[in-house]
Design a protein. Sequence first.
Length: 319
Amino acid sequence: MGVIVVATERFQMSGFSSSITLVQLNYFHKLAETRHFTDAARQLYITQPTLSAAIKSLETELGVSLVYRGSRRNVRLTKQGEEFDAKIEPLLTQLQQVIDETSAAGAGLNNALSVGTIPTIQYDFLPEVLRGYWDTLGYDKRVFIAVEFTNSLIKGLKDQEYDIVFCSRVPEESNITFVPILHKALVAVVASDGPYADMDKIDLTNLTDIPFATYRETAPIGREVRSLLNSTGCKLNPSASFDDEFSLAGYVVASGDVVGLMLDTFEISPFRDKVKSIPIVGVPADWHPICMAYDNRLIQSDQLKTLIKIVKQHAADDE
């Protein structure tokens, strides 16, 4: 059994506090194994006086003698010492196992990475990142991927269901680091055979007289769009709200005379022959950032550090 390096943890037993430390127990067990103060001290990487003082302190705390003193070489345990060692040995072994398993999990040796993503990047950016990750660490490294919307992803990240997520920025989440990895344009999508198909660009103030649909305000992207609409100084309220571009584009096609304010993503693709994307005046092409997000309160495994590095490299290459 390896050396357990937990020096200051104190036991709480039956309502009273003991000053016995795990280090003392580990020292005594090593002495019981070797039956020799010098050998035990050497294996513990401490001096013999330090070991002797720790054993004496343990005996004082317990109120019993654990070893017979007098011999300068071999150590003989008392009856209480033999019984005490027999009882603490399985506890120390179990504790070491817990420490080793927890450390291995932190290093990413046994666990797969759990990744959450919004649909926006699942067919272009994310596959390239994963290819780079597996090329670096090997294709035996497992990655579990779930596709959800930002609010659910942030909740899952905070609940440690995900190691990392790709989503919209949520400014109020101070414990989460958001790193922009790419940007999407906000466009006005109209039916290609509808009344607005001849427009080459659209000003948001035009929407005072035109029915339009956009994202739900409960979503971060919805709040961003609402802020943009409010900046016009006009009273602009959508006739319908949805969670994603696929639903928005489908609504535009079905309605025929509605403008859809949405990000220009692959989810519009199934409707490309039925819709037209129109630039919005004053809205830059890099209006909306898609971010990599992780909990900045947690220690990152080596696997997660590798994935983050590859994501940043890939994002830089795409600029």
